[in-house]
Design a protein around this ligand. Structure first.
Ligand code: URA
Length: 458
C-alpha cells in the first residue's frame, strides 16, 4: 500500500463509519460490536495539518503506520479536530516521532547521495546508491531533480529507485548494494570538491562520525580522504590563516547612493546569484541611530527594502508602541543578499543563516555605511549583526545588558534580540519576555541617541 492508496481507502472507510479497530489495515480482527457502533460520515474533514504530516508518516518503516494514520484521522473527525495540538496524546506523540525520524532521513539523503558518472550508449548519465532508513525515495528524490535538472540520473536504494530522464521523474523497484555496478571517475571529482570545502578549523572527528553515520560511509568517496585530511590539518590551518579571504571591494569615501548603486553588481558571495537583488540599507543619512539586522528575508529580497517581512512587522509594531518612527533611523543588515535553500517540495525558499565567510564578504558595505552615516548609536539585532559589528561571538541575553563603548564603528553599540527570535520563541512566555526586552533596548538606544552628550548612561 502507498500513501495515495491509503488515502482513498481511508476516505471510504471514514464515510462508512468504520472504527479504527475494524479498519482494513487493523492488526485486530473486526468485531461485531464495532460494526454495530459504526458512525458514518457524509463528508470527512481532513485538516491541512494532518495532510502536511501524513505523507511523512506513510513513509515511515513502521508496520503500525497505516493503523496510526487511520486512528488519527478517525479521532480528528469524531473526537477533536484540534487533536494534533495535544502533544501529550499517545497517538500524536508517536506520529510526531515518526515525522521527525522521516524528515531526518530525507535530510540525510539530500546530504549524502553521491552520484557516479557512467556512459550508457555513449550518453553521460549519473547513478547513486543510498541506503535509506525509511521508505522515502518519493519524498527525497524531487530535490535532486531541481538540483541536477540538466543531467539524467538514477538513485537506487534497497527498497526503491528514482529515475530522471530530463523530462520526468519516475520510480521503480530497488536494488541491493552488491548489485549496484559503476565506473569510478566521479569519485575523483567529488573528492577534489570535498577537499576544497574542507575546513580544518571545524575538524571534529566525533561530530563528523555523528553527522555522517558510518552506515553511509561505504558509498561516500570522501570518507576515504578523512585520514589524509586529518594528517594535513596543521598545514591547511596555516594556509587558511594566510590566504586572502574574499571581501567586497568598496571605494573609499563614496556616498551612500553610490554604494547602493555599486552594491547592485556585487557578486563576491555565492548568494548574489540566487537572490532577487541586493537589499541595501535605507534611512536618513544623518540618522543618530543605525539599526543593523542579519540579512534580507524572502519578502525583503522581493521588495528590495529592509525589514518589511514578518520580522520587520514585529519591529515596526514595537517602534509604533514606543512612539518612534522607523524613518528616523538608518536601517540596514550585516549581509545584503538573501541566503536561502529550496524547501523539500521546492515550493518555498527557506532562510539560511549567513556564515562567517558571508559576513566577512559583505562587511565592507556595512563599514562604508557606518562611515558615511556616523551614527551615535548602533543597535545590532541578533547574533549575526552583533558578531559582524563586535568581531566576536556573543550571547545576546548576556550582551544586551551593557552598552559597548569605544568600538571603532560608533560611540555606543547596543545588542538586542532579532525580532525573529520573538517569532521563533520556545513558548508564549519566552516570546513575551524577548519582545519586552527588545522594546526596552530600542527605547534605550533612541534615548541615548537623542541625549545631549556626554551620555547619561554608564
Ligand atoms: N531580517 C533581517 O535581519 N533583516 C531584514 O531586513 C529582514 C529580516
Amino acid at each position: 500500500m502507498n500513501w495515495n492508496q491509503w488515502r482513498e481507502k481511508a476516505r471510504k472507510q471514514l464515510m462508512d463509519g468504520i472504527a479504527p479497530a475494524e479498519a482494513a489495515w487493523s492488526e485486530n480482527p473486526a468485531f461485531e460490536f464495532a460494526v454495530m457502533q459504526r458512525k458514518p460520515l457524509v463528508k470527512p474533514v481532513i485538516p491541512k495539518e494532518f495532510l502536511d504530516i501524513a505523507p511523512l508518516i506513510a513513509a515511515a518503516r513502521d508496520p503500525g503506520r497505516w493503523n496510526l494514520l487511520y486512528r488519527l484521522v478517525y479521532r480528528l473527525n469524531h473526537e477533536n479536530n484540534h487533536l494534533l495540538n495535544i502533544v501529550t496524546d499517545t497517538d500524536v506523540r508517536r506520529a510526531m516521532d515518526l515525522v521527525k525520524s522521516v524528515r531526518k532521513d530525507i535530510h540525510k539523503m539530500h546530504a549524502f547521495v553521491r552520484f557516479k558518472k557512467i556512459i550508457i550508449d555513449g550518453q553521460e548519465s549519473y547513478i547513486a546508491w543510498h541506503k535509506t532508513e525509511h521508505l522515502i525515495m518519493e519524498l527525497g528524490a524531487p530535490f535532486f531533480m531541481r538540483r541536477f535538472s540538466d543531467k539524467p540520473w538514477s538513485i537506487f536504494s534497497p527498497d526503491a529507485s528514482a529515475h530522471w530522464n530530463l523530462k520526468e521523474l519516475t520510480y521503480a523497484k530497488g536494488m541491493a548494494e552488491h548489485e549496484f555496478k559503476h565506473e569510478d571517475d566521479f569519485d575523483e571529482v567529488w573528492k577534489t570538491y570535498y577537499k576544497s570545502i574542507f575546513n580544518p578549523a571545524r575538524l571534529n572527528l566525533k561530530m563528523m562520525k555523528q553527522e555522517m553515520s558510518p552506515k553511509y560511509w561505504s558509498s561516500m568517496p570522501e570518507t576515504a580522504l578523512i585520514h589524509e585530511l586529518v594528517r594535513e590539518v596543521p598545514q591547511r590551518l596555516q594556509m587558511m590563516a594566510t590566504a586572502p579571504q574574499v571581501r567586497a571591494e568598496v571605494p573609499k569615501n563614496i556616498s551612500v547612493d553610490k554604494m547602493k548603486e555599486l552594491s547592485k553588481k556585487c557578486s563576491v558571495c555565492p548568494w548574489a546569484q540566487h537572490a532577487t537583488q541586493t537589499v541595501f540599507g535605507e534611512g536618513p543619512l544623518n540618522a543618530k541611530i543605525m539599526i543593523v539586522g542579519e540579512q534580507p528575508g524572502s519578502e525583503e529580497d522581493i521588495a528590495g527594502h529592509t525589514f518589511v517581512g514578518p520580522a520587520g512587522r514585529v519591529f515596526s509594531e514595537i517602534m509604533k508602541e514606543l512612539g518612534l518612527k522607523r524613518e528616523s533611523a538608518y536601517i540596514t543588515n550585516a549581509v545584503k543578499h538573501y541566503k536561502w535553500t529550496p524547501s523539500e517540495d521546492g515550493k518555498a525558499r527557506i532562510h539560511k543563516k549567513p556564515s562567517g565567510t558571508d559576513m566577512h564578504a559583505c562587511k565592507p558595505w556595512l563599514e562604508a555605511e557606518i562611515a558615511a552615516v556616523k551614527p551615535k548609536v548602533i543597535i545590532a539585532l541578533g547574533a549575526t549583526a552583533a558578531t559582524s559589528i563586535l568581531g566576536r561571538l556573543v550571547k545576546i541575553n548576556e550582551a544586551r545588558e551593557r552598552i559597548v563603548q569605544n568600538n571603532s564603528f560608533a560611540p555606543n553599540i547596543i545588542i538586542s534580540w532579532h525580532p525573529s527570535a520573538i517569532l521563533r520563541a520556545f513558548d508564549k512566555n519566552d516570546a513575551i519576555e524577548k519582545r519586552a526586552q527588545l522594546k526596552s533596548d530600542l527605547e534605550r538606544a533612541f534615548l541615548l541617541a537623542n541625549a545631549p552628550s556626554p551620555s547619561p548612561y554608564p
